[in-house]
Design a protein. Structure first.
Length: 636
């Protein structure tokens, strides 16, 4: 005889399955109608999103080149070239431009042009070379439209020109889709020059279009409605060619012009479908902008193709079959889960349910099966809430994937694991709890396909807090709150290891000593001397860079470590610190002497070398910065 419970479950299973299948069939029919009705809107949204991303790509690439142009313009080599137009400086700017143009995909040409329009130096991206010579004339661009407009600029201003008359390599005038950034420059002698950055605009637009399927038929208009990019080349540049002047979108669709003029994007209804458009506004000069319009025609044939594809995706047979499989799995999964849950409850009840130690049973993927009240309390959940949770996410355990895998491997190989873990409290930004975690495989599940692991947690946060405080006290100067001599020694060991592995990473060690500090203590007392040390520490900390570190190693003596710093830059930083101390008018006023050494000087003992430089600073009158002289070391 079958159990009545199983018979009832079977009947319910058949009824629920029949209802869901009927609902699935009804939904499939509704979906067909819905696809037919919403196809235009779906395609409109699709192409609007693609056009918007393409427009952003075009604008981002243009703005990126604009930023790069500003960096080139402000480079000292350009001003040095204007001040001294000799072969040495010419080669320097040529070398810099060669390196630059090999990395810029959008830029087609870099030019320096004199005030009359004669090209002095030109970098051609396609050839990856620099042509032209100092004091000799190259190509003449003074008769081009964009150069005529650039003459009206004030020194330091820029002008961006889109589309117009160009010249090929033979000097013939041609019409091309162009994008020029022109800067007017005035050198120290009052001479005017023009720095011209020319973009390969067609490639900029084509690169923006690449990577987007079904966007090959996208066309680009200027703000007057003429075509500047199209697969049909006979339609291009109607503003310049009389026989193409009728190829104007606004003349072809006069009723659509107001909608495009007054909107940044939208959908236009056509007789054979619809058209999507998006504007791209590019800054020209001051507050002037010029628009280019991206358009994509979507004919009815493409709409019908989309509808057929979507209908295929909703095939009722596959959909019903999937539902039947899911429905059949639900009661079976529920029944097996219940039986396993009851069995695990019995195991846990005999060992841990009354324990005050947090205990949880999970599998190797951290899926939780059973947890006692103590665990639910620290996880801030009830006994019924953890069925879909994972152990590591529930406690927000801070652990890398490599560490998690190592723990899992050890449990599988040895049957147990024990160690410290860090758990972040939910909703806090830094409050952490540290636990001693012990995990062990349940014996009765060890040889099953899904072995289970019992884990208990012991809160050791107070121990970790005490350890951290002791470490901080051990490495911190109590008067100034700066790192102490012990912290300096530890850091120098790390620097030595890094220097041995990466000798090109230069760093500087500097010793800073307060001048006549003993006289301050003798005259004003040790309490005032302590305040001077605190004030000195704060002044140096404010004057140094964020990457630098200061240590108090004893008395009035401090050490500065300047990572990734050359001798020249170190001298600038240390001089700034010396002046900051000197300019502090708080009584008693103090000065300081600084000696420093660079790791590139290969001194046998960097601290001893910096101390020699400090001695030189003091013996030379104090209140100054001195670098270690390797020559004097050899003479010692």
């Amino acid at each position: 005889m079958l159990d009545k419970r199983f018979v009832s479950m079977g009947v319910m299973y058949l009824l629920v399955s029949a209802i869901i299948i009927a609902g699935a069939l009804s939904y499939t029919q509704y979906k067909k109608t819905d696809i037919l009705q919403d196809a235009k809107e779906v395609l409109s949204t699709k192409f609007h999103t693609k056009l918007t991303r393409i427009a952003e790509s075009i604008k981002d690439e243009a703005l990126g080149v604009l930023t790069t142009s500003e960096l080139i313009l402000n480079n000292h080599l350009l001003q040095l070239y204007f001040d001294h137009p000799d072969q040495h400086n010419k080669k320097r700017i040529e070398s810099a431009w060669r390196d630059l143009i090999s990395q810029l995909n959008a830029v087609d040409q870099l030019q320096i042009v004199d005030r009359l329009g004669w090209e002095l130096v030109s970098a051609d991206v396609n050839k990856h070379s620099v042509k032209g010579a100092i004091n000799s004339s190259g190509k003449y661009i003074g008769d081009l439209e964009y150069f005529a407009k650039a003459k009206a600029l004030e020194p330091g201003e820029r002008f961006i020109y889109i589309i117009g008359l160009e010249k090929d390599d033979q000097g013939n005038k041609i019409h091309e889709l162009a994008f020029h950034i022109i800067y007017k420059i005035e050198d120290r002698r009052g001479q005017f020059y023009y720095f011209v950055v020319s973009l390969d605009a067609k490639n900029v637009f084509r690169r923006a279009l690449s990577g987007y399927d079904s966007m090959d038929n996208t066309e680009i208009l200027n703000q007057e409605g003429f075509y500047v990019l199209s697969t049909d080349k006979s339609k291009l540049f109607g503003q310049f060619f009389e026989d193409r002047s009728h190829f104007n979108f606004y003349e072809e669709h006069p009723n659509l012009k107001p909608q495009i003029t007054n909107s940044n994007s939208g959908k236009l209804t056509l007789d054979n479908g619809f058209m999507q458009f998006v504007k791209v506004s590019i800054p020209l000069h001051n507050n002037e902008y010029r628009d280019v319009i991206l358009i994509r025609n979507v004919p009815f044939t493409e709409i019908n193709k989309f509808v057929k594809m979507k209908l295929k995706d909703t095939d009722k047979f596959l959909f019903s079959l999937l539902l039947l499989g899911l429905i059949a799995a639900l009661p079976i999964t529920w029944h097996l889960h219940e039986r396993r849950r009851i069995k695990l409850n019995q195991q846990l009840a005999t060992a841990a349910l009354k324990s005050t130690t947090p205990i949880v049973i999970s599998d190797f993927d951290n899926n939780i099966y059973i947890a006692n009240n103590a665990f639910c309390k620290i996880a801030n959940i009830s006994n019924d809430d953890f069925s879909s949770e994972k152990l590591n996410t529930l406690l927000n355990i801070v652990v890398t994937e490599e560490q998690r895998q190592a723990i899992r491997d050890q449990i599988k190989s040895t049957g147990h694991w024990s160690g410290e873990i860090k758990s972040m409290h939910p909703g806090s930004e830094g409050d952490a709890t540290f636990y001693l975690m012990t995990s062990q495989i349940l014996e009765k599940t060890q040889n099953t396909t899904t072995p289970l692991v019992v884990t208990n947690l012991v809160d050791i946060s107070w121990q970790k807090t005490l350890e951290n405080k002791l470490v901080h006290l051990n490495l911190t100067d109590q008067l100034t709150s700066l790192p102490n001599r012990r912290a300096y020694d530890q850091q120098m060991l790390k620097y030595a290891e890094l220097q041995e592995r990466y000798p090109e990473d230069v760093f500087v060690l500097a010793i800073v000593d307060i001048d006549h500090f003993k006289a301050v203590n003798d005259t004003h007392g040790h309490e005032v001397g302590d305040q001077v040390l605190i004030r000195f520490s704060k002044t140096v900390s404010n004057a140094m860079r964020k990457i630098d570190t200061i240590y108090r190693i004893g008395g009035e003596e401090f050490v500065l470590l300047l990572p990734k710093t050359s001798q020249q830059n170190a001298a600038i930083v240390l001089e700034r610190i010396r002046r900051a101390i000197e300019s502090d008018k708080t009584e008693p006023m103090i000065t300081c002497s600084i000696g420093f050494v660079s790791s590139v000087q290969n001194a046998n003992n960097l601290f001893k070398a910096a101390d020699k430089a400090l001695y030189k600073a003091k013996s030379s009158g104090r209140n100054q910065v001195c670098i270690f002289d390797a020559g004097s070391q050899n003479n010692d």
